[in-house]
Design a protein around this ligand. Sequence first.
Ligand code: HEC
Length: 225
Amino acid sequence: MLRSKPALMGIILLSVFAAGCGVRFDMQDQPRYKTYKKSDFFKDGRASRELPEGTVARGLLKDNKAFYTGKIDNPDPNVQVATTTNAAGNTIVTSFPNSIDEFPVPVTKELVDRGQERFNIYCIVCHGPVGAGDGMIVRRGFGAPPTYHDDRLRNAPVGHFFEVISNGWGKMNGYAAQIPAADRWAIVAYIRALQVSQDPAEIMNLSPAAPAASPAAQPTGGARQ
Ligand code: HEC
């Protein structure tokens, strides 16, 4: 027999404490459903629930249409873009009613440099170092892409290039899965640089004023040649 109330209380407390230590509730023991398991609680019998309508994962809203698609905001659904197939079997389009004509990102030297790096990883094998359509794979027999240096592609809007890279074009695969949108724009910027580099008229526009120009036009700040 216990002789005092305090001793009794002590034993009770001890056993409560011991019980607390002995029984563990781990997270793996909680009442929860495994993926795709049956549920008696929901009327449709499925434990996996549909996402509420309109749910967008954080960071994946993609509300900037121009940036993610290269398309204008309200394309006219009645405008049909006619494509033809040329002698080389390539798909040719000459009007681009739904493509944006201006870059949706600032075009900086960093962007063009990044584009050059990405182009040399993903595109050079077919399109060649300056985009003339003579890459190594083509030299080994793959169908030749068109050159970037004709009037049609020189005048094509930037959105068209973005679309070709994203979704593919004729015989060419899309690269949306490998190349994030920002890098696709970087590649487009580099293609524009390549186009300028191979266009004599553009080069003339870029060349600095002749040395005979007025002294005010000379670079300031010392020994720049
Ligand atoms: C495996 C070879 C291959 C690779 C790699 C490749 N392309 Fe192409 N590309 C082609 C071919 C072939 C065509 C012509 C397709 C057709 O007209 O059927 C083409 C067409 C194009 C066109 C012209 C579209 C038009 O309106 O005529 C552009 C622009 C282009 N590619 C950009 C790129 C870029 C940028 C990359 C890298 C991200 C790339 N390509 C990677 C083979 C390739």
